[in-house]
Design a protein. Sequence first.
Lengths: 423, 133
Amino acid sequence: MKNNFFKINISAGILVLSSLFLTSCSNINTITSAKNNSTVEKPLRATGDLGLIIERATGQVLVINNTHKTRLAEISGLGDLSHASIVYSRDQRYAYVFGRDGGLTKIDMLKDKIAKRILQSGNSIGGAISQDGKLIAVSNYTPGGVKVFDAQTLELVANIQATQMPDMPRNKDGSIKRSKVVGLVDAPEQRFVFSLFDSDEIWVADFSNSTPKSKYTLKKFTNIGRAPYDGLISPDGRYYIAGLFGEDGMALLDLWHVEKGVKRILDGYGKGEKRLPVYKMPHLEGWTMAGDYAFVPAVGEHKVLVIDTKTWQQAGAIDVYGQPVFVMVEPDHHQVWVNFAFPRNEKVQVINTETKKVTDTLEPGKGVLHMEFTPRGEQVWISVRDKNKVKIYDTKTHKLLKELPAKSPSGIFFTARAHKIGL
Amino acid sequence: MMMFQKAITLKKTPKMITYAIKVNAFMWLAITILLLSSMSSTVSAQTNKLTAERQHELYNMVRQDCGSCHGMTLKGGLGSPLLPDDLKSKSIDFITLTILKGRPNTAMPPWNEIVTRNEARWIAQQLKKGAFK
């Protein structure tokens, strides 16, 4: 007892001294609380309303709080983030940042620090976290394929190499190129689904029966349509859809019935219309569904397409300001927000999902790159690259609530994504 | 265009230069602007004289917008890498044409509605030099 008392007294004494040393004007409250707890008090921080914003030009991320609309920290040293995306661990403590240069960075949201960083390929595009939260998959351009890592240690678990493309120019080291992989998502039953841009395929990697001999099984669907550029999965994890760049239409895979194969939907939409030059590939992120309809960007047209999800037929097309890049639905499915490709990337339009009409056009400024809703949708955060700002709008009134400075901001990712299939 | 020709002749004869100095500052400004704008819109393939402002715009465009496919450091992505080493076997003319016309059956769009021939040529030259790193 005496010994313990002595120890506590000493440590309390050290704390008193250090706090005196640190704060030039002594604050009695701090000292008292330090005495009582015998540890230096740091405010506790929950992560459920935090998020990260990519600062693409400087290889940094901003840690933000979306309740208070504040910047909390800036973390450096993430490499080339010109095309970056993020997934979160299910405890919402760690973020996994997938960078363009093949970097996979694990960020500790409690400490505002990089917990671990590896360079896993020469050139990558995105990633996903498995259903059980234990695996991180990254889709790569060079060398084309998917690498799967242990979420805790970032040690390699599996290397899934994409189809070889002997007709394409070879890699610098003389090896045969493999197809670039895009549209990687997680799916229920411990699966990853992705598309092969050059070889026109969709693959399903199943990690549910991992044995020491083989970590996964692979199901390949070929000839799914030319040049799939991205993919998305429905929020229930049932349907995977790949957008096609090489032709009009999309490829649909029912993950409850993979035996039925890939089905072509929206075949030949926009037929007879001249496709405009596409200066930026649209993104398919999440599932923009409201009632029985899904909203997707048309490639090379100033249109948002409406799909009837009962029949998978096109149910309409909404004329919009430019070529859509992101078509994102609010969490309550009431409105869809759309941003546009260069050179019409200064505006954002809002579509009412009931009337399927554009109800408002906002002008956040040149270089609108991404939009993210707060978990229950009362705000939308919009990154405006060329203004070096993130603008926060009220989704009901469409009024600007606040602007935060950010250097060339692109993707905005809130931790609420941790619990959503496919995000 | 009249002013443009005048400006050219001004440079050539000393007498005219004396005259030109007398022309007020505003006139000079107008002449310079006309000169620059006519140069960037007409062919003048050899000269490549773009305003510093336009060069800055193009620099940003290459890094940010071309960069969305080719990578911001042009190391490649969905589009091929565009660093000097990768472009060794490609001529300035070829790159200029690729920028203007795009590559059919690939994701590379024609940029001729965004940049002039002269600007495309400038970009091609800068790409060869590795100026966008």
